[in-house]
Design a protein. Structure first.
Length: 513
């Protein structure tokens, strides 16, 4: 893509002025230090944002609190109408926003556009949901009594998002939170802050056009210290955080200490099992996209392939050949499959992991390495690598956010593969490639995969928004996006109404005066 075309797209998103920062609605302010956003695509400075000071933060929370008292009284289907307008605007701006995601984060343009599509889809989902925030009715054990439950708006939702899905994960949270009557304060990753500014501009205009309080959508910028303002803040009943297990443990502890709610979506160590009954063609496509898509920087990326010994050589050779076809380069150029890693720190972690797997006795089948020269000036482009390894290796147990795929052999029955697949601390996504019904059902059974996502004949990444998204064990246990994930954004109330002139007590207790 030519630079001038990209510049035009950035203009459409109104993010070209540097020094934008903390904002509630469309008002941008802030006194903090500047955070520069460099593109991993070409190493150029895209813009700067102002980080949020404690004083700025207080203004944001005041505005959010004020907005909540109005917003919660707007009927849910009318709140849905605002989300519908937001989704429509995203449809209009899909191309420029997808380009910004691709340019600031480094994922391929197709994936950048796909990410905006996830935003559009969750808006549609939320609009429908805005008429379906159902509670249940129960039959009371007492005569002349009615019992039911209802869901009320919760308050301020704090969203801490990661660089790898710089816009979609926010929208999964915010679209649901808004229809639930909550207001949102978003701290985006300091590695992709301009994406958050672009999104804020879009929603701020919609709020303004509809004469709604600007504090319905707020953003704060900065590093973990700004995150701490939020996690320690009793005025924020729910913190939804996406990121590393290390970060999640700190967030969980801090929020639990004040008995707040947290929704955690942390690391994955996702595997695909390839059984003797697998369809090889789809297994290879699923594995390669899972491992190298987004340069291995999805929390659902495929990190481990657990292959039956009878298929091992064939899968290995086909994979090595497939990796030779991969084109690595500018992600805005649609002919490339793999873009850069987010920054040079990520490159170091990739290099360390490759070193470590060899030290532990692994065998590099596709060596990897950092690319240099024309087109790779940012220093963030790396070659996807494949290593034969053991599940017990320390490095295999660890999530490295890079395109490194570990091949692990299993023998005997599918139960052995499932044991290996479950033998990690993370529990996000998993998959089995098989055309055998018994194998598939065992994998999905209670004795099967222990992950939040378990797929058959589909890779580990690329979940649809309609299902609940999240994982077990050290992935954090939270569920976002579809199904009934909305419930965490609301407070549940049980109501019992007596329409008689007697006061019978529950459990048959007599208390006559
Ligand atoms: C993430 O990497 O944090 O399932 C989210 C997927 C995407 C979302 C990934 N729909 O790969």
């Amino acid at each position: 893509m030519e630079t001038s075309k990209l510049q035009k797209s950035l203009q459409k998103l109104n993010i070209q002025d540097v020094n934008k920062g903390t904002s509630t609605g469309s008002k941008s302010f802030g006194n903090g230090e500047l955070i520069a956003s460099y593109s991993p695509v070409d190493g150029k400075l895209i813009g700067k944002v102002i980080s949020t000071t404690k004083q700025d933060y207080e203004k944001v929370i005041e505005s959010a609190q004020k907005a909540f008292t109005t917003w919660r009284l707007v009927p849910a289907p009318q709140r849905g109408e605002i989300v519908r307008q937001f989704g429509d605007k995203l449809r209009e701006l899909k191309q420029p926003l997808g380009e910004l995601v691709s340019y600031e984060m480094g994922k391929s343009l197709q994936e950048g556009l796909g990410e905006v599509q996830e935003m559009i889809d969750i808006c549609d989902f939320a609009v429908g949901l805005s008429r379906q925030l159902h509670g249940l009715t129960m039959h009371s054990e007492r005569p002349g009594h009615r019992m039911y439950e209802q869901y009320h708006s919760l308050g301020i939702v704090g969203i801490i998002s990661a660089f790898n899905f710089p816009v979609a994960v926010w929208s999964w949270n915010t679209a649901l939170a808004w229809i639930c009557g909550d207001v949102c304060v978003w701290k985006a990753s300091e590695k992709a802050p301009l994406c958050s500014i672009a999104c804020q501009h879009i929603i701020a205009n919609i709020l303004k056009e509809n004469n709604l309080p600007e504090g319905i959508s707020c953003i704060v910028n900065g590093d973990y210290k700004v995150g701490e303002f939020m996690t320690t803040d009793k005025r924020i009943p729910l913190i939804s955080a996406t990121g590393s297990i290390k970060m999640g443990k700190i967030v969980a502890k801090t929020v639990a200490e004040r008995l707040g709610r947290s929704l955690l979506e942390l690391g994955g160590n996702n595997a695909i099992i390839i059984t003797p009954n697998a369809d090889l063609k789809i297994s290879i496509i699923g594995a390669v996209f899972g491992a190298v898509g987004t340069a291995g920087q999805r929390c659902t990326s495929t990190r481990r392939l657990i292959i039956h010994e009878s298929m091992y050589e064939q899968v290995k050779n086909t994979l090595v050949d497939a990796y030779k076809q991969l084109r690595i380069g500018n992600p805005l150029d649609e002919k490339n499959h793999v873009g850069p890693l987010i920054d040079k720190d990520a490159v170091k972690m990739y290099e360390n992991a490759l070193k470590k797997v060899v030290e532990e006795g692994g065998n590099l089948l596709v060596e990897g390495g950092v690319l240099k020269g024309e087109g790779y000036e940012s220093g963030c482009y790396v070659k996807p690598a494949i290593a034969e390894a053991k599940n017990a290796f320390e490095i295999v147990q660890h999530e490295t956010f890079a395109p490194i795929l570990y091949l692990i052999k299993y023998s005997g029955e599918v139960e052995n593969a499932i044991e290996i697949q479950n033998g990690v601390v993370q529990g996000l996504s998993s998959a089995i490639m098989t055309t055998n019904l018994r194998e598939a059902e065992k994998f999905l059974s209670v004795a099967g995969s222990d992950c939040g996502i378990a797929n058959v004949n589909i890779g580990t990444s690329g979940a649809e928004i309609g299902g609940a998204f999240g994982g077990e064990k050290e992935t954090g246990g939270g569920r976002e996006s579809g199904s009934d994930a909305w419930k965490i954004y609301m407070r549940r109330q049980t109501n019992t109404i007596n329409y008689t002139s007697n006061l019978p007590l529950a459990q048959g207790i007599k208390f006559d005066l």
